[in-house]
Design a protein around this ligand. Sequence first.
Ligand code: DGJ
Length: 545
Amino acid sequence: MNQFIVLKMMRIASVLCIVVLSLVGAVYSQTISTSIPKIIEKNGRHALLVDGQPFLILGGQAHNSSAWTGMLPNVWQAIDAMHANTLEVPIYWEQIEAQPGKFDFSLVNTLLVQARKHNKHLVLLWFATWKNGSSHYMPEWMKREPSKYPNITGKKGKPVDSPSPHSKAAMVADAKAFAEVMKYLKVADLQHTVLMVQVENEPGAWGSVRDYSPEAQKLFQGQVPEKLLKPEILKALNKPAVNKGTWTEVFGNDADEYFHAWSVASYIGYVAAAGKAVNQLPLYVNAALRDPISNPSASTYESGGPTDNVIPIWKAAAPAIDLLAPDIYMPESEKALKVIELYARVDNPLFVPEIGTGPEYMRYFYSVLASGGIGFSPFGIDDNGNGEKKEETEARLASIAQEYAMATPMMRELAKWSFEGKIKSVVEREDHAAQTIDLGSWQVTVTFGAARRSAVQANTKPISKAMIVQLSENEFLLIGTLCHFTFKPLGANSGKAWQYLKVEEGKYENGSFKLLRIRNGDETDWGGPRIGAEPAVLHTKLITQ
Ligand code: DGJ
């Protein structure tokens, strides 16, 4: 072969090689990048995409000190028993960076390996500068240097057990450690077992509305940053539009709290951005709530955290945070429903990362779905060694387990219907009164309690709930516990004669409805279909005549 032909063949071969390699690279990076969990928004509603499709987090959160190898068997037992698809679990700064600059990811690795073995996803909770307003998860080497990593000072000069958001050294250290965590996940979790990461835990301060240290005082007496003076932000905070001013001039009586919220959110925004720069997993911050109805004084709740009144401040200060999430420990329906309404915003996907356990709280699983929520996760699902008996733990989890067992085979469908706004729900209120749901051409009255023919046995506690998925004009899924659905023609159907075409009870399997039985006769007469203490799914078609 002459030299030219050999050279030409070599050139062709190398070009082919590059094409093949770049094709492989493209396919590879596509697989990785399309499968990274991601939150999307459409028409003001949100979905968490996992493997490219809407996913519903059926979660459970472990107790604070349970992410240790010896404790994990109890955690997985609970997660499996309650049919959860996701474990929310802390990872601890004090363990990960026990020595400055030396990172130990052995526990994170254990969580990844065990989650995959149990076929579950993870939401990791970065317990770092803030844990319930304090800094108890800072590594020892930081706790030993309080002048470098200070706490805040109260109004009367007293020390407060809450980290200062003005400590640059702490912020940089936290950001560095968090970025290392995110970097580790990027390499160790190509299959995206981890869906989201919570940055800190219930940040803010108890016991003082803000920091009154000399450094903080100087900042507080300075000008409000421009980013907060945008007309739309001032409007959202119910403050008059101004171009400049000190915190007190711009925010009046709310200045102390808003200053602390801005400071904490800016710090966490910095930490989150450092993590996002290396790994684009969704990030969120959870809130210790304030009473959502009475507009209480900031001295009565954890000030500076993402409570409903300062959401616009958090959004401006921490754009790397995808969502602000309410921890719901208010069983009363008026309050819990108000919280859900306040956090389901066009600019804030709804996710409930903590809620109490028990049937009264489980009502809100349905409300979250109807509000386009991406997930729900009761707190404290495992036995944490506080002396709870096995049967007690099981009883506490039973109401979650039955709902998640119902939802699991139709998880993708529920996530999609929630995203599309096809779900409506009602929860039994404390007065146990019947409620109505409007579905365009139909109105449904839902009554609560165990119903047999026309007699209803009222619940002692408000635990019933119902949801309706509208599949088409006259086709619905009725889901609930201890409830009774009565249809009435409405709007275009007003005054028309009608009947059930078919009421099928069953469940979803691999995307299609599988029949258990057709309900008819006593099971649909006497005012309509009823559901007992176990959740049921009723595929219901109506016909007008
Ligand atoms: C809310 C916190 O975020 C959790 O970590 C835990 O401390 C619970 N409170 C305890 O009820």
